[in-house]
Design a protein around this ligand. Sequence first.
Ligand SMILES: *[C@@H]1O[C@H](CO)[C@@H](O)[C@H](O)[C@H]1NC(C)=O
Ligand SMILES: *[C@@H]1O[C@H](CO)[C@@H](O)[C@H](O)[C@H]1NC(C)=O
Length: 205
Amino acid sequence: MVYIKVTTFLSLLAAVSAAPASELESRAVPKDTAFGFLALRSASPIHYQSLNASGGKIWLGKKTSTYCPLPAKQCPKGKDTSFWINNQGGTAGMNTVVPGGQQVYIGPTGELSYTQAHSAFIPTGSTQTGFKVTERNNIVFLENCNNSFLACPVNKKSKTSGPWQVFVDVKGKLKDKDVPTKCKKDCLGFTPAGGPVKDAVWQYA
Ligand SMILES: *[C@@H]1O[C@H](CO)[C@@H](O)[C@H](O)[C@H]1NC(C)=O
Ligand SMILES: *[C@@H]1O[C@H](CO)[C@@H](O)[C@H](O)[C@H]1NC(C)=O
């Protein structure tokens, strides 16, 4: 598998978007790598924004936030947000080297989230499974069962300029009151697509 920056997937993605679905070949996904993802939602402000980790949540239009307690030279080289997906168990984790790792989960009100470093705490009512990656024509797609990924603006102003918080609408149960603007219709559905990312970070902060 060739490791390239998530952002260089733009041209590959454009090629895939243009290809008829029947020409897209489905393949088993290599299990030995983490992946970074971009949002696909054509003709929208979130198209090609990358899924970035910050403050225990996943965002579009927000910078990745990381922390490394070691001298810079000893820190892992990763800068981007990337995830390990366990297709067998349906679980996901952040691509970090911090002891204990950082587990990915969907919070009780749908927020795509990850645990803090050195803590296994996951709120009651969260969902930790259902994650899966599939590969078509070298593009990797992240799925959570049949549940849709939503990008929700944090306020009315951020509808066009971001940032957007990523939610997973587990079984369509997400309510207006669960999203930042208190109106689910403000959220945009999207498909997360991307490719392998080699370098981990120490931890996402
Ligand atoms: C999100 O992360 C990507 C990859 O690290 C970066 O290129 C992009 O600028 C980030 N988004 C924002 C809004 O900072
Ligand atoms: C998910 O979608 C597939 C294909 O559309 C369908 O066969 C399957 O029953 C769905 N599963 C659930 C849990 O809704």
